[in-house]
Design a protein around this ligand. Structure first.
Ligand code: ADP
Ligand code: MG
Length: 357
């Protein structure tokens, strides 16, 4: 896990805007041949030759999307890059460049922004992404980070949300629900800490869950894996809001229905045991939890043999005719309508607060 080191306090005004930009971005040397000019001019210059370009932006606002009480700034920087890279990977594209814009109030010393940037730098390095620009300004309340990510793909490789056909298999990468349960653990510990600042929590059993919340990894590996397997998904989306809402997006965009099998949903054993501890249903968490940053995609039935042995990929259901609707088939073989936040019969049990977009 990352460590925070905020004992020093240099006021933002001591460096001034340009000094601050220079200071924060000094480690960002571009590495990709497509980056012609990175930071330092009025605009970055990129050359993608004959590739298609994908562009995506996310805005993260303190108090809405993150809570600095348990989110170290270095993790926040890392996660902000992952959230964007994940959207590029969901197009079956390769993430290449990002721009990073921040607004910070004077509550944040230079050292805090250094922490944030060290997380951005680490993510950019590990994911082979160049930081090619951004904007820096002040805010009257808290911290905002907006990242724009660019990526490239051959035209014929790009996968949209709209290409799923009835009978296509529904496939998910990795496992689901861990990031949400990590957040539950962190929120619980925050309350315990407020009540007794000397309490020493034993978070060891929750390491995986907390890492999935604080240090998510976007699925950079999936586009090359699918290429190697000779599979082009018919539709794809990343799982930022929870499995059920993403299935609904694919269905609506592709004008198809879907059947999802509860018993097939991949869960880490740590999620199963923490759900027992919190007395909540693990399927509900996988369906509505969010922030897993896994990929959800559909493939033609003919491609099943190519993916079936891969431990990263789980077939969780199949698409259907639009008129058949979208359903969860439970372990007890009940067929329940899927809704954006779980499924119908769980509506009143689902106490999750209104989600942010
Ligand atoms: P302008 O006045 O044209 O907006 P700036 O002085 O804001 O230019 O930015 C100077 C350079 O530094 C530009 O290349 C810009 O993209 C980059 N930059 C500014 N802020 C950031 C930031 N927070 N992170 C990365 N690059 C930044
Ligand atoms: Mg500017």
């Amino acid at each position: 896990m990352f460590q925070d080191s905020q004992d020093m306090r240099t006021n933002l005004s001591e460096l001034g805007e340009f000094g601050l930009i220079d200071h924060l971005t000094k480690g960002f040397e571009p590495k990709l041949s497509s980056t012609v000019k990175a930071i330092g001019d009025d605009a970055a210059v990129l050359n993608f030759e004959n590739k298609h370009t994908v562009v995506t932006t996310d805005l993260l606002v303190e108090g809405v999307h993150f809570d600095l009480a348990y989110m170290p700034l270095k993790h926040l920087g890392y996660k902000a890059v992952m959230v964007n890279a994940s959207d590029v990977y969901a197009m079956n594209a390769k993430a290449t460049q990002i721009t990073v814009s921040i607004a910070a109030s004077n509550r944040f010393p230079v050292e805090a922004l250094e922490e944030l940037y060290s997380g951005i730098e680490l993510a950019a390095k590990l994911y082979n992404i160049d930081v090619v620009g951004g904007d820096t300004t002040s805010s009257t309340s808290g911290l905002l980070i907006s990242i724009t990510a660019l990526g490239i793909a051959d035209k014929e490789d790009i996968v949209y949300r709209s290409g799923a056909k009835p009978n296509d298999l529904l496939v998910v990468t990795g496992d689901l629900g861990a990031a949400y349960m990590g957040l539950q653990i962190l929120e619980r510990e925050k309350e315990v800490f407020k009540a007794n600042p000397n309490a020493q929590p034993d978070l060891d059993p929750y390491t995986y869950l907390i890492e999935r919340q604080l240090k998510p990894e976007a699925r950079k590996d999936i586009a090359p894996l699918l290429k190697e397997l000779g599979v082009k998904p018919t539709s794809m989306i990343d799982i930022s809001d929870g499995l059920s809402s993403e299935i609904i997006h694919l269905c609506k965009n592709s004008q198809v229905g879907a059947n999802l099998y509860e018993e097939k949903i991949p869960l880490d054993p740590a999620v199963i045991s923490v759900c027992e501890e919190f007395d909540i249903d693990s399927t509900t968490i996988a369906l509505s939890g969010g922030e897993d940053y896994e990929l959800l995609f559909t493939i033609s039935q003919e491609d099943y043999d190519k993916i079936k042995a891969n431990p990263n990929l789980t077939v969780i259901g199949h698409m259907a005719e639009e008129k058949e609707g979208m359903h969860l088939i439970t372990r007890a073989n009940q067929k329940l309508p899927l809704i954006a936040r779980g499924w119908n019969s769980m509506e009143d049990k689902n106490e999750k607060s209104e989600k942010k977009e």
